[in-house]
Design a protein around this ligand. Structure first.
Ligand SMILES: NC(=O)c1ccc[n+]([C@@H]2O[C@H](COP(=O)([O-])OP(=O)(O)OC[C@H]3O[C@@H](n4cnc5c(N)ncnc54)[C@H](OP(=O)(O)O)[C@@H]3O)[C@@H](O)[C@H]2O)c1
Length: 256
């Protein structure tokens, strides 16, 4: 069984652990700054807490670096001598292949960006095309991480953008669910029912697009009868900048 260790067990590491628990392909370990908090956070994920980062690295084959970007430099100084025969997988935003090479040259590593729906095996994992894994290591990586959802490669130039479009947007999808929930409640549906409908609309529409490959405009047109109610709603959404606000949000992130 492949052994995976998370350095840092916050939002994204626990989402990945939850996704890995859907099958029994991996055995998981984790380390963090606060050991007591780690013990309680790992309990429900079937993850073994380690006292420190060295103990974690000694226990595993794959080391997943899942800390905040500002913590990376200090952690690399601490762990670089232990990584020689390990595979490092970074999920840290902005940490590309060449940046890791500057910190620790000549180790086996790959940079990825997962999104939070990996927790239910319906996430997206984008990985930077350039990496230093052997063919066998890469096959194992692909086999294990594809359990978390869609896995796609992306060149370095577009890695950050792909991470934004797949990694930040679950927040916007959740806002859509919340807003539709509020509207449902405003007119008398229960909140639970409104959320159930809103979530299923996203799941179903996404699946329909993936399987049919229909242009989203065609999918919209299929719901809008001439002179009907849905097209009136489309007009209101356009008036309020529905599509352009999403484009502007991505632009804001990319121009940061
Ligand atoms: N959240 C997302 O949707 C998402 C998606 C893609 C990529 N990412 C990237 O994933 C990384 C982690 O994000 P997050 O949201 O999971 O952060 P988070 O919830 O703040 O978790 C950070 C973790 O790092 C641990 N940590 C801090 N210093 C450490 C040290 N010296 N040694 C070991 N562990 C240490 C923290 O432990 P303590 O709590 O004990 O301090 C905590 O468990 C970020 O770089 C982010 O860009 C996040």
């Amino acid at each position: 069984m492949i052994k995976i260790g998370f350095i840092g067990f916050g939002n994204i590491a626990s989402a990945m652990a939850s996704g890995f628990n859907l099958n029994n392909k991996v055995k998981m370990y984790a380390s963090a700054r606060n050991y007591e908090k780690l013990v309680s956070n790992t309990l429900k994920y079937n993850v073994t807490p380690c006292k420190n980062n060295k103990e974690l690295i000694d226990s595993v084959d794959f080391v997943v670096l899942a800390v905040k970007p500002y913590q990376v430099s200090q952690i690399f100084s601490e762990i670089k001598e232990y990584l020689a025969d390990k595979i490092l997988i970074s999920v840290v935003a902005g940490l590309t292949f060449s940046t890791i090479e500057e910190f620790i040259p000549n180790i086996h590593h790959i940079s990825i960006c997962p999104n939070t729906p990996v927790a239910v095996g319906e996430g997206i994992i984008v990985y930077e095309t350039i990496n230093s894994l052997t063919n066998d290591e890469f096959s194992t990586f692909e086999d294990v991480f594809s359990e978390l959802g869609l896995i796609e490669t992306i060149d370095t130039e577009h890695f950050s953008l792909a991470g934004t479009v797949s990694g930040c947007t679950p927040a916007y999808a959740a806002m859509f669910i919340e807003a539709l929930g509020d509207a449902g409640v405003m007119f008398g549906l229960t909140r639970e029912q409104s959320y159930r409908f809103a979530s299923q609309v996203l799941i179903g529409t996404g699946k329909l697009q993936q399987t049919s490959k229909l242009h989203p405009g065609q999918m919209k047109d299929a719901v809008c009868s001439p002179g009907g109610t849905t097209i009136k709603g489309v007009g209101i959404l356009e008036k309020n900048g529905f599509r352009s606000s999403i484009i502007e949000a991505i632009k804001e992130i990319e121009n940061k």
